[in-house]
Design a protein around this ligand. Sequence first.
Ligand SMILES: *Cc1c(COP(=O)(O)O)cnc(C)c1O
Length: 429
Amino acid sequence: MKDIVPPPPPIVRNEQAAIQALFQQNVMPTYARFDIVLSHGAGNYVYDINGKRYLDLGGGIAVCCLGHANPEITDALTKQAQKLVHISNLYYNEPQGRLAAALVKQLAPGKVFFCNSGAEANEGLYKLARKFGHDEGRFEILTAVNSFHGRTLAGIAATGQDKVKKGFEPMMSGFRHVPYNDLQAMREAISPATVAILIEGIQGEGGIAPASAEYLLGLRQLCDEKKLLLMMDSVQCGHFRTGRFQSFQRTLEGVPGGETFMPDAISMAKSLGGGMPMGAFWVREPHAELLGPGTHGTTYGGTPLACAVALRIMEVIERENLAENARVLGDWLKSEITRLAAKYPGVIKGGRGLGFMLGIELVEREKIPGFAAVEKTSSIQFVNRLHDAGVLTIPSGAQVVRLLPALNLTRLQAEEGIKIIESIAASLS
Ligand SMILES: *Cc1c(COP(=O)(O)O)cnc(C)c1O
C-alpha cells in the first residue's frame, strides 16, 4: 500500500490526554496535578473540558473570592483595560492610591506597598525587618514550625517545614522556627540578633491551625517589650475570609484588649486580587517610611488594572455583606463537619478553622479500609473521591482537606457540598 504523503494530522479523540501531553512535554513538573483539565467557570461552579461540573470549594486556593467569571470583576477588568493597564511606578495612578487608602482604612494609619504574589509580599516584610534592625546589627526573624511563607529562597528559609527546603541548601540565614501557639517558646527563642516575629493568623498549608487569642496578645506584648516587629502573613487567612478583614480581628472578638491589637506589618495576596496576580504589604506608623526611595521596588506592583479589580472586589464584598456570609455559612459548615465527625468517626476526626478557612481532619490512611490499599495520603484520596462526585477541595498535609470557597458561596451550595462530603464519608465507613 502506498503511503499518503504528507501524513494527515492525528485525529485528537481525547482532548484531555492531548492537553496533559502538552504539560508532560513542556511544563516543568513542579506540581503533582490532579487528572482534571478545567475549561471555564461560572459563580461557584467550574467545568472541565468534558463538560463535567464541579462545585468549587477550593476557590483556586483561597484566591477566587467572588467565584468564577464574576461580572463585576469582568466589568472592572475590561473598563480599566480600555483606559490604562500598566505605566510602571515611575508615575502616579488613581486606582493604586485609592486601593491603598481602602486597605489602610481597614487596618490602622500606615502605608501599603504593592507587588505580585504572596511570596513577594513576604519578601517585603523580611526587608522591612532587616532595615528596622540594621543599625543595631539585628536581623533575625522568628517564624513558626509548620508555617508557610512562599517558595522564593527567603520564603523557604522562613517556612517552618523541611519539605520545602530539601535540595536547596544552604538556606538563607536569619530565620529560626519556634513551635506555634507557644508563647513561652517564642520568648525563650529571642536572641540579641532577633528583630521580628512573623506568623500566620491561621496556618493554612500547615493544616488549618488558628492562633489563639492569648498567643496573639502575648506576642504583641513580647514584641513591644523586646522592640521587635510583629509581622503577620495574611496571604491565605486575610481578606474577609474569616468574617472579618483580618483573621486576628475575628480571633480577638470580645477578648479583653483584643480590639486595640494590631501587628506592625501584614502581607496580603490571594483573595486581594480575586484571580488577578497581586500582593501587598501594609506597614503601620511609625514604621511606614522605613523603606524609603530606592530601597524596594517591583515593575508590575500596583498596576492600574490589578488595583481597579481589587478595589471593585472590596466594594462588592462590602455591598453584598460577604464577610458576614463567610462568618455565618462558615460557622454552619464547621458545625456540619463536627456533626460528620461524630457520625463517621472511622473517617473524620473533626473540623478546624474559622469562617471560610476550614479543615476537615481525616483519620490516618491505614485506619480507613477503603484507603489502606493505596499509597496516597488520606487527604489526597478523599479529595480524589470528591472530584469523582463533582466537588473541588484542597488537600493540606497528609490528613486535612481544606475548604476555601468564594465569599459569595450560597447556603444551597454549602448544603450541596456537605451532602457530597457526607456521602463520601458514609461510603468509607
Ligand atoms: C499561598 C501563601 C503564600 C505564597 O503566596 P504565593 O502567591 O504563592 O507566592 C505565602 N504565605 C501563605 C500563608 C500562603 O498561604
